[in-house]
Design a protein around this ligand. Sequence first.
Ligand code: PNS
Length: 165
Amino acid sequence: MRRALFPGSFDPLTNGHLDILRRSAPLFDEMIVGVLNNPDKNPMFTVEERSEMIREALTLIDGSGCTFTVASFSGLTAEFARRSGASAIVRGIRAVSDYEYELRMALMNRRLEPSIETVFLMAGEEYSYVSSTLMKQVFLLGGRIEGLIPPQVEARMREKLDPGA
Ligand code: PNS
C-alpha cells in the first residue's frame, strides 16, 4: 500500500491543488489531503470549511484507483505523515521561485522523519501563477478568478464576502 500525504493550508483549494492531486493519483494507492489547522494565520475559511470544500471537489476528479481522504492536522507535517502511515509527502512546484522554500521544507522533514520522502510534482503550466493568496486578493478586489478555483469554492468565497446574498 503506497500512501502519501499532500499537506497544505488550502485556504482555499485551487485548481492548481486539484491538478497536483490528479497527477499524484496514479502514483499512490491512497492520498491523504492534510489540511493544516492554522488559526493564528487568520485564514479566510475554518479548517472544517476548507476540508469540506476539498471533499466536495474530490468527488469530481478521477482518482485512477487511488483513494482520497481528507484530514486536518496541527503541528508538524512530518509527524502527521508518520502517524498517518504515509511513506511520502507530495508537494507541487509551480516555478523556480517555489524551489528554495520547498527544498528547505523537504530537507527539514527528512531530518525529522528519515523514512518519509518528499515527492515533488510539477504543476500544469496553466496554474504556474495560481496561489490561494493571489486568488483571495484578486477575488476580494473584485477581479475574475473563474477557471482557477473550483466553482463551488468560488461560491463559498462569495458567500463569505456577502453572507446575505
Ligand atoms: O499550502 P502551504 O501553505 O504552502 O503549506 C505549507 C505547509 C502546511 C505544508 C507547511 O507550512 C507545514 O508543513 N506546516 C506545518 C508545520 C511544519 O511541519 N513546519 C516545518 C516544515 S519543515
